[in-house]
Design a protein around this ligand. Structure first.
Ligand code: ASP
Length: 320
């Protein structure tokens, strides 16, 4: 029997509310044993060990929690064939990206969650968990970096993004999926080409002093005082292809000379942010490329803990 560890952190998959209803519930109230009880047959297929780490709505997650998760995975991975993490869907994409950049194992690690609480009619958590356990137990998932499983779709930690706060298929973004599942059968159709896990420079780094990085959104008429957050790094969430006003451009140039680091990203959910001659003629900003602002923040935090060399940071954004 394959040995699977389930690390629970909370979220809607462990949420409870009015029987049958899908709204007005509290996330992270049920134990991982309760959730597992909804798929009792799984114990005849896998040898499962439970690690209740947190019991929170994923909006309570922070860097300290991410590091605790990374440490737990590194500590137990040699004893298991695969690891499943149950997590709230709101910030799952941030936790997943942090973990794929920092964990020091090639063993399968799969995050999953639910859009409907466990007490809802037709809760989606049990099936997601059932599929995630099969995915984590498969040799096909070895060396793929951290994965996420939702609604029979396999996502990479780098590319998963919540795009609906209403649909069960909250992450549907077919062009970034790595593959699909048909019940317990696994069909990978692509691989994540960016560096991750054991090939990531961050997997063997001391993460105890990560510099502060903020995300600052641009919107029509936004004042440039917003850029003065005090953080060492700032991810500018621009419009369109990473754009902002000329007043912001000037302010960024001044702050960069004072030692701040800037990433140019976009509030647009789909697309890519390249270097740009108009908004950044001196190339002082790091283009986020295909990373969302939220993931760019994580990479800049880790990148700045590794180097303060702007060209090296730009290269890191290409590689990860
Ligand atoms: N607010 C919940 C959470 O992120 C939402 C969910 O899990 O779907 O914990």
């Amino acid at each position: 029997m394959k040995k699977i560890a389930i690390i629970a952190t909370g979220g809607t998959i462990a949420g409870s509310g009015h029987m049958g209803k899908t709204t007005n519930y509290k996330a992270g109230t049920l134990s991982v044993e309760n959730i597992l009880a909804s798929i009792p047959d799984i114990k005849s297929e896998f040898d499962i060990s439970l690690f209740p780490l947190l019991s929170v709505d994923s909006n309570e997650m922070n860097i300290t929690h991410w590091i605790a998760l990374k440490k737990k995975i590194d500590e137990i991975s040699s004893e298991f064939d695969g690891i499943v993490i149950t997590h709230g869907t709101d910030t799952i994409e941030e936790t997943a990206y942090f973990l794929t950049l920092t964990i020091n194992t090639d063993k399968p690690v799969v995050l999953t969650g639910a859009m409907r609480p466990a007490t809802a009619t037709s809760a989606d958590g049990p099936f997601n968990l059932w599929q995630a356990i099969h995915l984590a137990g498969s040799s096909l998932s070895y060396g793929q970096g951290v994965l996420a499983l939702f609604s029979s779709t396999i996502y990479s930690a780098r590319d998963i993004q919540k795009i609906s706060n209403y649909k069960i298929d909250a992450f549907e973004k077919a062009n970034t999926a790595l593959g699909f599942m048909k019940d317990d059968e696994i069909f990978f159709s692509s691989r994540q080409m960016k560096k991750h896990t054991t090939s990531s420079i961050f997997s063997s780094m001391d993460l105890s002093h990560l510099p502060e990085v903020d995300i600052v959104p641009y919107y029509a008429g936004a004042d440039s005082y917003l850029l003065h957050t005090g953080a060492k790094g700032i991810v500018v969430m621009g419009t369109g292809s990473g754009n902002f006003s000329m007043k912001w451009k000037k302010e960024i140039e001044t702050l960069q000379k004072e030692g701040k680091f800037f990433v140019r990203s976009s509030r647009v959910i789909d697309g890519i942010v390249f270097g740009d001659e108009v908004f950044d003629p001196h190339h002082i900003m790091i283009p986020s490329l295909t990373l969302s602002p939220y993931k760019a923040r994580i990479l800049l935090m880790l990148g700045l803990a590794y180097t303060n060399d702007l060209d090296k940071l730009k290269e890191i954004f290409v590689q990860y």
